[in-house]
Design a protein around this ligand. Structure first.
Ligand SMILES: *Cc1c(COP(=O)(O)O)cnc(C)c1O
Ligand SMILES: [Zn+2]
Length: 418
């Protein structure tokens, strides 16, 4: 155990268990299995108590023993601890007893859950001596890398598909990042980035830094548990792109249980996708352990990964927790965005629509029983995907600056509604 490791032990292959040093590397040389951070849980148990957590600032770093950096966080120290909102009006519409929204649409600083993974990846990248950081992104990751790199004084390159929403592109450019658009789908962007990462000595947050990056997602699970009063909800509904977030919610729940911070309980972690890019949910519904890659075609661009890197493990996590997956159409996504906004006053991006719409389906079919408790993971902000709902939310009504005209408008409305 050294100062270079903190509470980490090694990187460990998920397939064969071989251990690797804690460097910027992500695949096993023997079987190409993904590497994951292994921790010294005996050491963590001594310092991570409920009292210790409660005494710390309200950010995701209050669980820092379980996050893979050696020292103190140097990038994104204020990220996380987003609101957990009791959603009674939406619960009534969906027909479930107890419903909560974990609202990462207001995560700091770039309004998506990606700020969690990026603050971990960039803090670790600095520890490993990198000065240039990069990513392959469906939008939100690029925004977060660009912003967090700017505030940390790091140089950044972000690679995105050319057809992303204008809001996502501007939200990367404004920070002065090098934004490279690729004529192709995310999977092609990702393949190119793997080649670039091998050639340039950069920290690609979701390529060579992926083992550290992915661990940041666990903080969402820890916060849900603490904010619910130290319990795991019966059901957690999670949007899936690569499938990583879903697997890390499970790991977070397992770790808090193993550390004795909560008692054993039964829970299901369900996955949500858009029908236009649903390799994982299609496989889950067919009872398969493996997915078939697809070509994405959906307004939920942040989830549009046709070859999900963690799809296999997401299917496994759903199987282990007796969970389900489902997918909804673009029209259903827009309806669900509106339903969340009109009932709870929360404007989510397309991925949030996917989560709400799939929850609605799972509750209606009885796969999530009406008498249980559920948390919906809302992972991104609607202000970044205005294109998706523009023209579907009605029009403002224009009048001259005249009281008479306004009275006429109201009278007409009363007639229509009578
Ligand atoms: C990246 C992202 C996800 C999930 O990503 P995974 O690759 O499955 O971890 C969910 N919602 C939004 C808005 C995202 O940007
Ligand atoms: Zn291996």
């Amino acid at each position: 155990m050294s100062e270079q490791q903190g509470f980490m032990k090694a990187l460990k292959c998920r397939e064969c268990g071989r251990e690797y040093p804690l460097e910027a590397t992500h695949v096993c040389e023997f079987d190409f299995g993904p590497l994951e951070v292994a921790y010294d849980y005996a050491k963590i148990k001594k310092s991570l108590t409920r009292e210790a957590i409660a005494s710390r600032p309200k950010t995701m770093w209050r669980y820092r023993e379980l996050l893979p950096i050696a020292g103190e966080p140097t990038v994104g120290p204020l990220v996380g601890f987003t609101p957990l909102v009791k959603a009674d009006r939406l619960a009534k519409k969906l027909g479930i007893r107890e419903l909560w929204i974990k609202n990462d649409a207001v995560n700091y600083p770039t309004l998506s859950f990606k700020d969690r993974v990026v603050s971990v990846a960039l803090s670790r990248a600095k520890e490993l001596g990198f000065t240039t950081v990069a990513c392959a992104s469906t939008g939100n990751l690029a925004n977060s890398v660009a912003a967090n790199a700017a505030s940390a004084g790091l140089k950044s390159y972000v690679f995105i598909p050319s057809d992303l929403e204008q809001g996502k592109i501007v939200n990367s450019l404004v920070y002065g990042a090098n934004v490279i658009t690729i004529k192709g789908h995310y999977d092609e962007v990702n393949r190119l980035c793997a080649e670039i990462a091998g050639k340039f000595g950069w920290a690609f947050v979701n390529v060579n830094m992926r083992p550290y990056y992915a661990e940041g997602s666990k903080s969402m699970a820890y916060e849900i548990i603490e904010q619910l009063g130290w319990r795991i909800p019966d059901h957690t509904i999670v949007p899936m792109a690569s499938g990583s977030l879903l697997t890390k919610i499970q790991k977070g729940y397992q770790e808090f249980t193993k550390l004795g911070l909560i008692s054993e309980s039964k829970y299901s972690i369900h996955g949500a996708q858009a029908t236009g890019c649903s390799p994982i949910s299609v496989a889950q519904k067919a009872g398969l352990d493996f997915f078939k890659p697809v070509k994405p075609d959906t307004i939920a661009k942040s989830l549009a990964i046709g070859t999900p890197a963690d799809g296999f493990y997401a299917l496994k996590a759903m199987k282990e927790t007796n969970a389900h997956a489902d997918d909804i159409t673009d029209d259903e996504i827009r309806d669900a965005i509106k339903l969340l906004a009109e009932t709870e006053g929360i404007f989510a991006e397309t991925a949030g629509g996917v989560t709400v719409g799939v929850a609605k389906k799972l509750i209606a079919s009885g796969k999530i029983p009406a008498n249980d408790s559920a948390v919906l993971c809302i992972t991104g902000n609607g202000l970044k995907t205005l294109d998706a709902v523009t023209g579907h939310v009605g029009q403002p009504r224009e009048i001259k600056p005249s009281l008479r005209e306004f009275e006429a408008l109201v009278a007409n409305e009363e007639k229509v509604n009578a």
